[in-house]
Unconditional design. Structure first.
Length: 164
């Protein structure tokens, strides 16, 4: 049955014709089509999510939402980064491999970056670009990877071919 289905796919028959010729439900024909196409994925599963080439990473913060929860005796929120803010590490390479990872409440450290992207960067293949935050410097040094600083706090957004 599958070989007949594949033959009809190669002939570029639509789902209506395939389901009629094979005597199967159109939904079944649709499901089989997607399963067959997914099996042709040529990416190596061990390598598909790794960051390659120039990869930029930075953290962003969102206020922790307590909507719908009973909150008693909470102090008013203060400006700046605090334990009331959720740190999200955002990383993307130039081939659009993207990762957004909730790291923790409050400021991030080298361990948080390691937990978020450590298994997805490859020495001599990934070049990390970020701001001058000491955690990124330490992570890059420990990972023995090329690291480029773009100091956004000084208004620098682009430094040669590197940008964040």
């Amino acid at each position: 049955m599958i070989s007949a289905y594949l033959s009809l796919m190669v002939q570029e028959k639509n789902l209506d014709k395939i389901s009629t010729e094979l005597g199967i439900n159109k939904k079944t024909a649709f499901d089989w089509c997607h399963k067959i196409l997914a099996s042709f994925d040529t990416k190596n599963d061990d390598d598909q999510d790794n960051f390659k080439g120039i990869t930029k990473s930075d953290e962003t913060f969102f206020l922790r939402s307590e909507k719908g929860m009973k909150v008693k005796d909470r102090e008013s929120r203060k400006r700046g980064i605090s334990k009331d803010q959720v740190a999200v590490i955002v990383t993307q390479d130039r081939k659009s491999t993207l990762d957004l990872r909730v790291a923790k409440l409050g400021r991030i450290g080298k361990v948080d970056i390691e937990n978020a992207i450590g298994k997805r960067v490859i020495k001599d293949i990934t070049m990390l670009c970020s701001d001058a935050h000491h955690s990124y410097k330490g992570f890059s040094k420990d990972s023995e990877m090329e690291f480029h600083i773009v100091n956004a706090s000084k208004g620098e957004r682009v430094k040669g071919k590197y940008h964040i």
